[in-house]
Write a protein that binds this ligand. Structure first.
Ligand code: ZN
Length: 328
């Protein structure tokens, strides 16, 4: 790989040892004035030499940073890459394609990505290549440790038809699986969101994401969203701007609204009593999209809210905590 044409930004270049030398000289002078001990002088000289050597390494400001820095199964991750605006970035992580966009201030590249809730903990390679306008490719790949998340196990009781659907119901479920696949395959080619995501409802959240659930003591599945304790008819809002790509009743989800935020990122709201948007409609952040309810596979009224990126289900609570204003 040819990286000869790569010019790191000013703050990534060698930092001069001047400051360290000045500081050390000052310390030596002060110490020598107080007690003329040659041993102290020797130690200080050694410290200065080590500090100067350390200063000759490139500045520790890394070209790739992940937020949050601790990555667990289910983490959304904001990936920041320092590369020229003219570069072309390609990335892949755990079998999913990263799509980069330039930050609003034009200082860096970003990708909003994540690790699926069911990902196997361990070492992973975050592949990033920067193709430079002048030719040559810079390999910015790095190893990322995916730590195990500690999700709970729970049991609930729902209507039997949601645990053992009949043949007609199975047909309906299969058709819906295909419909959702089609919807998720077509995401906008630019990010449609701006700034931080906001909670979709003014109701108490629960830490139910990732919980392993037994339905009627039989069916085990992982809860891939976050439940809000929203009473019947509570206004549900778009967490960020985007396009409504699905707004209809589904078997398990009940009345469901899916918003495409671009580059493979979707938010899903389920179990509505009423849907107030149409498929294809653009929504702004905070715009009402429906009312909470108890349709589909539920034990009672609540809002199930999920975040999906390139097929991975991410912890909505963590997305709400991400500071995204730096990106766009
Ligand atoms: Zn739920």
């Amino acid at each position: 790989m040819n990286s000869s044409t790569w010019h790191p930004p000013e703050k990534l270049r060698w930092s001069g040892p001047n400051t360290t030398i000045q500081l050390a000289t000052m310390l030596i002078e002060m110490t020598c004035l107080r007690n003329r001990c040659p041993r102290v002088l020797f130690i200080l000289l050694m410290v200065t030499a080590i500090a100067c050597a350390a200063d000759r390494r490139p500045s520790p400001s890394p070209p790739v940073t992940l937020t949050p820095a601790v990555v667990v199964a289910g983490s959304p991750e904001l990936i920041r890459v320092e590369a020229p605006a003219t570069a072309q970035l390609d990335g892949e992580w755990l079998g999913r394609k990263l799509e980069f966009f330039r930050s609003r201030d034009g200082h860096a590249w970003f990708a909003l990505a994540g690790v699926d809730v069911e990902a196997t903990p361990g070492s992973s390679t975050l592949h990033i290549d920067a193709k430079l306008a002048a030719g040559g490719v810079r390999d910015l790949s790095r190893t990322i440790l995916v730590r195990p998340a500690h999700y709970r196990t729970g049991a609930l009781t729902v209507a039997p038809r949601f645990v053992q659907p009949g043949p007609e119901e199975m047909k309906e479920i299969q058709a819906e699986v295909q419909l959702k696949e089609k919807v998720f395959a077509a995401s906008a080619s630019e990010p449609e969101w701006t700034g931080d995501f906001r909670a979709p409802v003014a109701a108490a959240p629960t830490d139910s994401f990732g919980t392993r659930r037994m339905f009627n003591g039989k069916l085990a599945s992982i809860h891939k969203g976050m439940d809000f304790r929203a009473g019947m008819g509570t206004v549900v809002r778009a967490a960020n701007s985007g396009t409504v790509v699905l707004a209809r009743p589904l078997y398990y989800e009940g009345n469901c609204v899916i918003i495409d935020h671009g580059l493979g990122l979707f938010t899903l709201s389920m179990h509505f009593s009423r849907i107030d948007v149409k498929e294809g409609q653009h929504v702004a952040q905070g715009q009402p999209i429906g009312r909470s309810g108890a349709t589909g596979r539920v034990t009672g009224p609540h809002l199930h809210w999920a975040v999906r990126w390139q097929g991975a289900y991410l912890d909505p609570a963590k997305l709400l905590r991400l500071n995204l204003a730096q990106a766009r």
